[in-house]
Design a protein around this ligand. Structure first.
Ligand code: ADP
Ligand code: MG
Length: 234
């Protein structure tokens, strides 16, 4: 059946993906024949309760976990057909990932969190700094805040740094895991709005997973996840 599906040439496609984990003597099915296509500039939300498979979905889309079966296609490239090095390059060049846990480095300022991603040398330092500063400003982190370390920023501001950092490598696919879970409702809504804006301006194929259905106002499409199965929101 998968060979009859036409996947988008750019953006993200998961085609009939199944993922299991070892579970004692048997296997636990975390993703059960999941198919999902997200085009550039499209903001898709996947909503489901804890344990339904949302983080697993993102890990497979991020090529961090190999599915048992099915395909992961990023900008037309079948990730499963690539070797480890090519997959790492694909991840670096095409994917932006915002994890559930903010994994900012405690000792670095906001702008340095972005610069550390690049091996910046010579004349490119200035250019990269300017770009990092512009990106941080575009997500609402301006002026002296760009030179603060994580503990000097609020939860919402740290999440903005995470988003700017994910965008620094000019990804075509943006994967976001529960970006609002540590935020109050208003700040959570602001982050979802920001992701909608970023999806439009950077033309990313964006997938945000969340258990919070109250924050889905500005997404293009909502899918429900239950026991590893994905269905259109009802
Ligand atoms: P969600 O992000 O929606 O909470 P997860 O994708 O983290 O869901 O988990 C889906 C299911 O897979 C859960 O039952 C969870 O316990 C299980 N699971 C997740 N990661 C692992 C793992 N590394 N090993 C075994 N089981 C796992
Ligand atoms: Mg999760």
């Amino acid at each position: 059946m998968t060979d009859t599906l036409v996947h988008t040439r750019t953006g993200l496609a998961l085609l009939d993906v199944t993922l299991t984990y070892p579970d004692g003597e048997s296997r636990l099915t975390a993703l059960d024949h999941v198919t999902l296509e997200v085009a550039p500039g499209e903001f898709t939300a996947v909503a489901g309760p804890s344990g339904s498979g949302k983080s697993s979905l993102l890990a497979v889309a991020a090529t961090l976990l190999r599915p048992d079966s099915g395909q992961v296609v990023i900008d037309g490239q079948d990730a499963g057909a690539l070797g480890e090095r090519a997959r790492t390059a694909l991840r670096r060049d095409r994917l932006g990932i915002v994890f559930q846990q903010s994994n900012l480095l405690a000792s670095l300022t906001a702008v340095e969190q972005l610069l550390v991603l690049e091996d910046v040398r010579g004349g490119r330092v200035r250019e990269a700094r300017d770009r990092a500063g512009d990106l941080l400003s575009s997500v609402g982190l301006t002026g002296s805040k760009q030179h603060r370390r994580p503990h000097q920023l609020s939860g919402g501001e740290r999440q903005r740094v995470n988003i700017a950092r994910a965008l620094f490598g000019r990804p075509s696919v943006l994967l976001v895991d529960e970006p609002t879970s540590a935020l109050d409702h208003e700040r959570g809504a602001q982050i979802v709005d920001l992701l909608a804006e970023v999806t439009r301006t950077h033309r990313t194929a964006t997938v945000m997973v969340t258990h919070d259905r109250d924050l889905l106002g500005r997404v293009d499409r909502v899918l429900d996840m239950h026991d590893g199965r994905l269905t259109p929101a009802g």
